[in-house]
Design a binder for this molecule. Sequence first.
Ligand SMILES: Nc1nc2c(ncn2[C@@H]2O[C@H](COP(=O)(O)OP(=O)(O)OP(=O)(O)O)[C@@H](O)[C@H]2O)c(=O)[nH]1
Length: 344
Amino acid sequence: MPPQTYTHESLGSADLTLNSILDLIVEGIWDWNGETGNVVRSPGWYRMLGYPVGVLLPDVFTWEEIIHPNEYADVMLHIEQYINGESDVYHIEYRCKKLDGSYLWIEDRARAVQRDSDGIVTRLIGSHHDIHDRKMAEEELERQTLLLQQGNQTLERLLAHKAEALEASNRQLQEQIVKVERISHTDALTRVANREKANLELTKEISRSQRYNHPLSLVFFDINDFKLINDNYGHNVGDQVLVELAKRVSLALRSIDSLARWGGDEFLIILPSSDLQQTSGVVLKLQSVIAATAFVNNIDLECSFGAVEYQQNETMVELFQRADHAMYEDKDPEAFSARKKITD
Ligand SMILES: Nc1nc2c(ncn2[C@@H]2O[C@H](COP(=O)(O)OP(=O)(O)OP(=O)(O)O)[C@@H](O)[C@H]2O)c(=O)[nH]1
């Protein structure tokens, strides 16, 4: 940079002007002469740090001593690189110790005004600018940001934890629903489907039969003279007979068939994709399975069956009625025909 030229009438007058300006401005101005080692500092420089003007020795050591230890190494490297010509800019922020022992953040900018023949800086003029408030605000912002990030992380962890807990309780709830549904659709004694489940299944199978025009059959069956079994051997034996019967019939059916306990000693079988002829074959099979089963107390069990095939557009009640009649007819053909004659 070319040396400053004053257009004042005399150098003395220029010095006076300059000193007056230096005394007035808030910035701290410094002027280092590398050849003498002398540093001249403006009144503003002293005032900024709270020192009486001119109290420090006019050398670089007094400056180095007031630099905060945390920034000292950086500042030294920075000025060294600038003086040696390794860097073009001298501009650095650091803390300086004030007279009261506290530290003030300053921004230090300088420019070389003289170099030797090797390009080494031999005179530097710089300024200190008070940036303490800005630095404090930045630090506070960083602190708040960090707190916010920590808060966010805690919140995220909390939310993830809550989501996991919610998922676990949803799973539990789902399991409970399945369990309750199973219980509400199962006969407590025989463990086969109950009447409610049979109604649901039959409704579903009727729609399927209508949709695909597939045959669908229904079988009602009950134990002949079951009351006598209870009366002769007791209710507990009667229960065992019902359980064994349900088990044997279930095992004899296809997996797509459904067995349900309709109530008391009455059962119902839904046979999808089976016409009346196939269903009659199933009934014969069941009769021989029952005959071959060794029931408790060697009870010789006999059942009556009523098999019907679903007729398109027939209501469920009509279907049940036909199956019930067919079973009644099987149980007591004479009584059935006598009753039929009367009702006809
Ligand atoms: N052990 C036992 N008996 C039951 C149960 N539910 C109903 N019963 C009995 O089953 C019997 C059914 O009697 P009925 O409807 O007259 O039938 P049945 O004696 O088989 O006569 P038919 O059907 O005409 O052959 C009654 O004695 C009921 O008390 C049960 O869960 N366990």
